[in-house]
Structure formats: C-alpha cells, structure tokens
Design a protein around this ligand. Structure first.
Ligand code: OSB
Ligand code: MG
Length: 372
C-alpha cells in the first residue's frame, strides 16, 4: 500500500454531561481525526486520543498535530509498499508521541483492512462478537447527584461502574454508592491524584469490595504502587503508568498492579496494545479496555480490541449516548444484556457520517507528499 495523502481534522462534539476527573473537566469532546488515502483509492480513518491540554499525559492535540505533520506522516512517503505492521519500524525513530502514532496506525490499518475486506476484530484475533461494557462516572456536584447518575447507568445495564475519585472525594461518595447498590461491580479511578502517604484512605476503600482501584498514585511511581498493593486487598489496576508491553513486564515484576487497563492510544497503537494484552495474558493478569471519551471512530477500534480473549473484565466501552447526543458515526448501542456488538464490516466497520462530520469540524489540514 502506498499512502498518497493524509488529512488532519479537528472535531468538537458537545458531551451530554461535563466529565470531571482529578485532573480537570471537559464539556465537549475534541478529537484529532486522521484520514489516509492510498494509491489504490482506499481510505482509512484514525482517531487520536490526545486531549486539548497535557493533563492526562504529556501529549496534547496541538503537539500531536505537529508530530504528525512534520515527522510521522512524512516518514510514510518513502515507502511504496507499506503495511500497518511496518509502522513500528517506520515511525520508531520518533521518540514518544504514542497517541499521534496510534492515530496514524489506526488509519493505515483501517485502509489496509478495507482493501482486504477484513474486519479489525478478525485481524486482531477477536474471539467474541460482543463485549461486556462498563461506564466511567465523572465527579458531579454532590453525593446525591452521583448516586442518581450511577442508578441511571445500572438501570441501563452497564456491568461495572467506575467512579472518579480525588482527595476530598473518595471514601464518602464511594461508600454512598456502595450502600445504594450493594451488588453492583464498582471500581474507582484516581488518575494519579494520591501519594503513598495516603495509603490509609486506600485501606478504608478495602471495605467497599471494589473490583479494582485504578491508577491511585503518580504515573512514574511503580515502586510506590507495589508498596501500596502490598498494603491493600483490592487489586490495583494501572492506566497512566503503562505505555508499552515493556512497562507491563516491569510493573508485573515489581508487583505494582494485578489488573491492566489497555488504551491503544496510550501505548502507541493497536498492535502494541495487543502485545500488552499478550504479556498480561502470559502472566494470567486480567486486562480491560479503557476509554478516552472517543467518538464512534475510536470506539470501533476499542470494541474490536476488547473482543480479544484476555479482556476478561468489562471495559470503559460505553454506548454513544453516554457521551454524545449525536456521535460522528452510527451510534454504538448497549444491548439489553450490558454488552456491545463488535463491528463486523471491513476495517473499523464504521465511518463518519458526512453531515455529522461537517457539523463537528473545526478545521481541516492536508499533509501531502512533496510534488515529484
Ligand atoms: O482515566 O480512564 C481514564 C477519560 C479521559 C481520560 C482518562 C480517563 C477517562 C475515562 C473515561 O475514565 C472512559 C470512557 O468512558 O471513555
Ligand atoms: Mg483511568
């Protein structure tokens, strides 16, 4: 495959409710989309999970654009016979910028698989046609509002509810939710907001029988996570700390976690995400698919990934209507059993709807090969 042109596009879509975490609040979803065209006329779409500000990770939308425009996309021009499997090598000279790399890989892979008439799930090794879904609940204004929101999601059938916590909003709201819903699988996500000195708060959370505590400590604090895991019974799940399959090997060797959240964007792409999955599986460590409030484009990839056999816990693969009034693609829906169908069409199996895309677009820029 020869890539002959790339389009970068910023879209913005209002969220149905603001999403607040320990690191900030989002009221609309902004996403950088990547569209590649090949010499044979195939088209592929990718979605970059970088946010406008470098709060969740050091990556952010503007720098992802720069990395794509000046370094990543131009690396493709020299290759006449390119496949997605080559991108690790072709883009490997660029250090970091994993979210930007992942978006380009998704687009190339989508084009490649569309050409082959093969679905992303089948390509990755999906073993299921539906995946169990959880939901991630932002920090609202009050405990009552939280309990009400959780009730809505439980009613809809989500199989696991994750509460965002931060210092001052932890044991009390999580306890209130646990009392209101004694049987619902619950987890909390601190997004790196605590320190090992806060261990007693995590010990108190043990009483709530959570499925896991996600990223309690700083993203570089693998030793402290191991120390915390030795002090608490609830499994620690790492999100921000895991940026590669090598990171998982290190974290598991240290005992820093017992569960891994996999986000393809965070680890540099779907192929590295599969390697993360494989390492965890060899260690019999459960993984689940995280989310970054993706539009239908990124969601399609998440749901395909989540169908791999090691994804044994419900993911943050919620339905389109949990995020948006109108998604960019046909909506992803929650089935009555709390699962979501894995797309079966070629490539991602979805594409942006022209009118939605038009309405959401903030700007479009082309990156073309130097004219011969
Ligand atoms: O930590 O998992 C996280 C959203 C944006 C950034 C980080 C995280 C999240 C979520 C939402 O928890 C998951 C989703 O529903 O997409
Ligand atoms: Mg998280």
């Amino acid at each position: 495959m020869r890539v002959v042109g790339v389009e970068l596009r910023l879209v913005a879509i209002p969220l149905v409710r603001p999403f607040r975490t320990s690191f900030g609040e989002e009221r609309d979803k902004r996403a950088l989309l990547v569209r590649v065209e090949t010499a044979d006329g195939a088209v592929g779409w990718g979605e970059c999970v970088a946010s406008p500000d470098p709060r969740y990770s050091e990556e952010f939308i503007d720098e992802a654009c720069l990395a794509l425009r000046h370094h990543l996309v131009p690396s493709l021009w020299r290759h006449d016979d390119l496949r997605a499997e080559d991108l690790g090598r072709v883009l490997g000279w660029v250090r970091g910028h994993r979210m930007a790399k992942a978006a380009l890989e998704m687009a190339v892979l989508d084009a490649q698989l569309r050409q082959e008439g093969r679905s992303l799930g089948a390509y990755l090794g999906a073993e299921r046609d539906r995946v169990p879904c959880g939901v991630s609940v932002g920090i609202p204004d009050s405990v009552d509002a939280l309990v009400e929101q959780v009730g809505e999601y439980v009613e809809r059938g989500y199989q696991r509810v994750k509460l965002k916590i931060e210092p001052g909003w932890d044991v009390e709201p999580a306890g209130a939710v646990r009392r209101a819903f004694p049987k619902v699988p619950l987890s909390v996500d601190a997004n790196a907001a605590y320190r090992l000195a806060d261990a007693s708060m995590f010990e108190a959370l043990d009483d709530l029988e959570l499925v896991m505590i996600e990223q309690p400590l700083g993203h570089e604090d693998l030793l402290d996570h191991a120390a915390l895991q030795r002090r608490i019974a609830t499994p620690i799940c790492l999100d921000e700390s895991i940026r590669s399959a090598d990171d998982v090997r290190t974290a598991l060797a240290l005992g820093s976690c017992r569960i891994v959240n996999i986000k393809a964007g965070r680890v540099g792409g779907l192929l590295e995400a599969r390697r993360v999955h494989d390492v965890a599986r060899e260690h019999e460590v459960p993984v689940w698919c995280g989310g970054m409030l993706e539009t239908g484009i990124g969601r399609a990839a998440n749901v395909a990934l989540a169908a791999l056999p090691g994804f044994t816990l419900p993911g943050d693969t919620s339905a389109s209507d949990r995020y948006f009034e109108q998604d960019l693609t046909e909506p992803f829906v929650l089935e009555s059993d709390g699962t979501m169908k894995v797309p079966t069409g070629p490539g991602l199996g979805v594409e942006p709807l022209a009118d939605r895309l038009e309405a959401a677009t903030q700007w479009v820029e082309r990156v073309d090969p130097p004219s011969a």
